[in-house]
Design a protein around this ligand. Sequence first.
Ligand code: FAD
Length: 309
Amino acid sequence: EVSLVLGPILLSAARSQTLRRLVSASPLTRPVVDRFVAGETLPDALGAVREGAADGIDATLDFLGEDITSEAEALANRDAYLRLLEALGTEGLAARADVSVKLSAFGQSLREDLALEGARRVAEAARAVGSTLTLDMEDHTTVDSTLGILGELRKDHPETGAVLQSYLFRTEDDAKALAHEGSRVRLVKGAYKEPAEVAFQHKSEVDRNYVRLLKILMAGGGYPMIGSHDPRMIEIAKTLATRNGRTIDSYEFQMLYGIRTEAQHKLVNEGHRVRAYVPYGGDWYGYFMRRLAERPANLVFFLRSFTTR
Ligand code: FAD
């Protein structure tokens, strides 16, 4: 499979500053980026929430900004979320929108307490308007810290959501720890380049583990959020929900903005709760490169945009 060769290259490229400048500066990139990113501004994000809501699809919003290097950037990212939540409240959209935060964007690698305090402010602001916060999961070096911060936040804001990645060996233990009542957990396969010491390297193993984790979460008392475009995982999730006697509002499906939109509509029509992960903002490079790495067809689409002009 092409993605097995290209994926790691693209994931390395996702961290290259030189490529970031080149790709970001090219006007040819824009139309392709627009497929995956709702826009650069807050009104763009609100527009995407409104559009989704009209089709019965909820949102989780991600203000793009990761791997920042200064405290000022961390605070600016936090403030972007505070402005977003205020606007969601004013516009009457908060009940339809969760917010997803990458702690790296809040200064996790600079000072953990900075990231915690930033996330706490966002959790408070979310509650004030009737929204919720979910902490995205990043590369494996950050998992302990992110779960630690999650635990702190949950003392006052138990509704704060977590993300678990099926490619990591450790996740089975994490899933068992988080499969309790009131616990919101998004299960994904994982989007970073991880070494063989900590993560399954073959797609079949990642998929098998996804099913194993889904069983744990569906059998538990929490609120599973199935974060996958994979038709097989989606079918298995439905079966497990039925087998565990779950009501249709005790779990939800999540997919990325712009990906398999028709499948999102189909799930809504079947009565399922569906949420799209909606990224917006200027710092889209890392997010965009991870999406290219996942799927060769996306890369072909991207490269073609350079040759057809
Ligand atoms: P894959 O194994 O990539 O794909 C399986 C099948 O799904 C494909 O064969 C195809 O049938 C279908 N498919 C996949 N992509 C497409 C496409 N573009 N178009 C058409 N069909 C497609 N990762 C993290 O590491 N941390 C996070 O916090 C995180 N949050 C996420 C939140 C959400 C809501 C989602 C959906 C994903 C998130 N991810 C996150 C990314 C995730 O880890 C995967 O990289 C990504 O979802 C691809 O895996 P997949 O489960 O969709 O299946």
